[in-house]
Design a protein around this ligand. Sequence first.
Ligand SMILES: [Zn+2]
Length: 309
Amino acid sequence: MLHEGRPFVTTTGAVELWHRACFDRRADPIDVLPSTIVPELAPPPSRTPRVIVLAVAASALAGLGFAHWRLGGGMPLAASYANVELAPEPLPAPRTTTVTEVAPPRPLHIETQLEARYPMPTLDGDDLDSVYPSLRGWTHPVTASAELMPELRSRQFGVGRAGVEGRPECGAGHCGVDLDGPRGRRLVSVADGIIVRIERAELGADGKSGRYVRIQHSDGTLTAYMHMDDVADDIQTGDKVFGGQYIGTLGATAVGNTPPHLHFSLELPNKVGDKGDIRDTHYIDPAPFLVRSTIVKSAQRRHAVKPAS
Ligand SMILES: [Zn+2]
């Protein structure tokens, strides 16, 4: 019978469902309270109009609203049926989170401020450390260093250096980075490689580099360590060294009045992968790889692997 009814909202705000035949006489005085439920099975009352109050429908609507609320839709749906007298059923407090909420995935690599300042260079669209894998996972050359890269501009790559003849790739003349540290601080190779040159004379061969070590890595890149106070006794040209292996100590040989530091430089072969001519190279700024390196507390003391004879 309910589906034949005609809904009507009274001035008191209640929803009534009227029998069609009675709708036109709805204004007649009645003695039934709007909230009274007329049982379906009761004999049809003789009085008119017959009022069916939708308590059942109201509770169904309230249920809908409750479900809507639980789904996180904001205002409960029941609020839009303000005319329906809801049972005083307490509604749950709105939830700010749901158990099905999934935490966002953690980024695999968190870029540090230094890495952002020294982004990875690219070569023909590829990250340089994928073209030259030896540039990845360096050990910082200065053990127990207080910093990955010097803040002072004068210590960085490409700044002016008096008396340095031009290498066009080195900007105003400085072809490396000057890393800070006290005299005697142990130095290590940044990666596996072969020693291609050792200079033990105090002023070095050119009078400017001091004692130094130059290492060629497996993909043809070269690193050099200059102004050393001492070069490890047990290493020689041709020896194989490992990343993190002790090669000597930080010093101030051939630096003039400058305080002790490690002049550290990085070269790439002019032809990718070429390991034949260690003079056919160009310098690049090692900063992007230094800021991604790991500083170790102490050098690994191990015997260098001598070349087969
Ligand atoms: Zn320098």
